[in-house]
Design a protein around this ligand. Structure first.
Ligand code: NAD
Length: 440
């Protein structure tokens, strides 16, 4: 099939590469010339496990191309995926300007049947807006070209995006005409060979499904985080509580970890957008308002622990930070707890030496040449003379550190662990003061 993907961010580039991988002829469009230059030169603008190899393989096979030329992009695919950003507007609702501009670009140029598939996360009713935007452009051109609008929200996780796209748990397709449903079934058949995972529904339900999924996951995290704070007050251990409840199949093990708050480009903005949507129809979701408040508070928990140990004035202190990305296996720092922690430490006069396996270039882009933030080449070298080790992202390589070595390097033997990476006995046996989240 001939497919165009509009937007080569995490979702667009992964979708484009994976669709090419199964034999489709894919053209990826982005208006960001720098991204397309990197892709044309054989690189990728983001870090995502397995993606570079897949992109290279499919470019070499002639199935994957990149362009900044909208005319070429619209002419190419019968299926036109829209995978552009939907950042929060000033009031927290999703800003649809990129989605609608992509739709208009299609309407302005299409000359034959197109299926316009929205993969971006968009509020309920966007399908109608996309359809209307295209209709307006066609009307302005005085022509009538057939097209279908489909909602196909994406559920991939950054850090495992290729794997998730190639082996999806489910594929949600919101579509209201047979021709589009038929094409989407054919498109996704290679990704669900052992059993059917494609759920066809109306567009509005598909749009809401994506928000419902992210809001539910964010709710679990905030619930566990609040329970962790309660555990600390009550002298209980959240890790034991987690095991006690996770074994109930109605609750399950996934997404049940207390930590220093969720971040990333999706949960915070999607929770906010659903709050706005629900308020807008006078059906407020009180649960989600609490989820958001709890998460904002949680991003400060590590700094509160630092202040409790070292005092409010941190002038002259330097903290080693392990992890900058909002989660492991990605270089994404959008809404990452590390950003709040670094800013709060700066405010109190401290400096930071950070280590992250892949996100340090992103931190450099965000913090520029702020001298208060330095970077270490290795996790252990960040500790040299630091006042404490603060763990913010649960990268695998931090799981089994040399605790004696940590103690020897730190000025004061303190580990503040925002991801409950270790059994407290291990660092404590090495003479370290250890504080996790919700652990006594
Ligand atoms: P991103 O910001 O990484 O990428 C979006 C890209 O679209 C950018 O490269 C931008 O230059 C490009 N763009 C914007 N307008 C354009 C236009 N008119 N024509 C061509 N290109 C254009 O975003 P992302 O993280 O890939 O997210 C995209 C959408 O998918 C969002 O709605 C997001 O909520 C959703 N989503 C993201 C994830 C994730 O893990 N990142 C997962 C599921 C869903």
């Amino acid at each position: 099939m001939k497919i165009t993907v509009v937007g080569t961010g995490y979702v667009g580039l992964v979708s484009g590469a994976c669709l090419a991988e199964v034999g489709n002829d894919v053209l990826c469009l982005d208006l960001d010339k720098e991204k397309i230059r990197i892709l044309e030169e054989g690189g990728i603008p983001i870090f995502e496990p397995g993606l570079l190899e897949m992109v290279k393989r499919n470019v070499a096979a002639g199935r994957l191309h990149f362009t900044t030329d909208i005319d070429q992009a619209v002419a190419h695919g019968t299926i036109q995926f829209i995978a552009v950003g939907t950042p929060p507007d000033e009031d927290g609702s999703a800003d649809l300007k990129y989605v609608l501009s992509a739709a208009r670009n299609i309407g302005k140029r299409m000359t034959d049947y197109k299926v316009v598939v929205d993969k971006s996360t968009v509020p309920v009713g966007t399908g109608d807006k996309v359809r209307a935007a295209i209709a307006e452009e066609l009307k302005a051109r005085g022509i009538d070209v057939p097209y279908s609008v489909v909602s196909n929200p994406e559920f991939l996780k950054e850090g495992a995006a290729v794997e998730d796209f190639m082996r999806p748990d489910r594929i949600v397709v919101g579509a209201e005409d047979e021709q589009a449903i038929h094409l989407m079934r054919a498109l996704y058949a290679p990704f669900q060979r052992n059993h059917e995972r494609l759920l066809v529904m109306d567009i509005r339900s598909a749009e809401l499904t994506k928000y419902a999924a992210n809001a539910m996951l964010a709710t679990r995290i905030s619930f566990m985080n609040e329970l962790a704070l309660l555990s600390e007050k009550l002298g209980a251990d959240i890790e034991l509580v987690r095991q006690g409840i996770g074994s109930d199949p109605r609750i399950g093990w996934h997404f049940l970890y207390a930590g220093c708050g969720y971040g990333g480009s999706c949960f915070p903005k999607d929770v906010q957008a659903l709050i706005r949507t629900s308020n807008g129809v006078e059906q407020p979701m009180h649960v989600l308002q609490a989820v958001e408040v709890a998460n904002e508070r949680q991003k400060h928990v590590l700094v509160n622990k630092i202040v409790a140990r070292f005092g409010e004035n941190l002038a002259g202190k330097r903290f080693a930070l392990w992890g900058l990305a909002f989660k492991p296996n990605t270089d994404d720092m959008r809404e990452a707890p590390s950003r709040v922690i670094i800013e709060e430490l700066f405010k109190r006069g401290a400096t930071v030496t950070a280590y992250d396996p892949v996100a340090m270039h992103e931190a450099q882009r965000i913090f520029g040449d702020d001298k208060r933030l330095s970077y270490a080449e290795q996790p252990m070298s960040a500790l040299e003379g630091a006042d404490a080790l603060v763990i913010v992202t649960e990268w695998k390589e931090f799981r089994s550190p040399d605790f004696d070595g940590i103690k020897a390097k730190l000025k004061s033997p303190v580990i503040i662990d925002g991801r409950n990476m270790f059994s407290p006995e291990l660092p404590r046996a090495a003479g370290l003061e250890y504080s996790g989240i919700g652990r006594n």
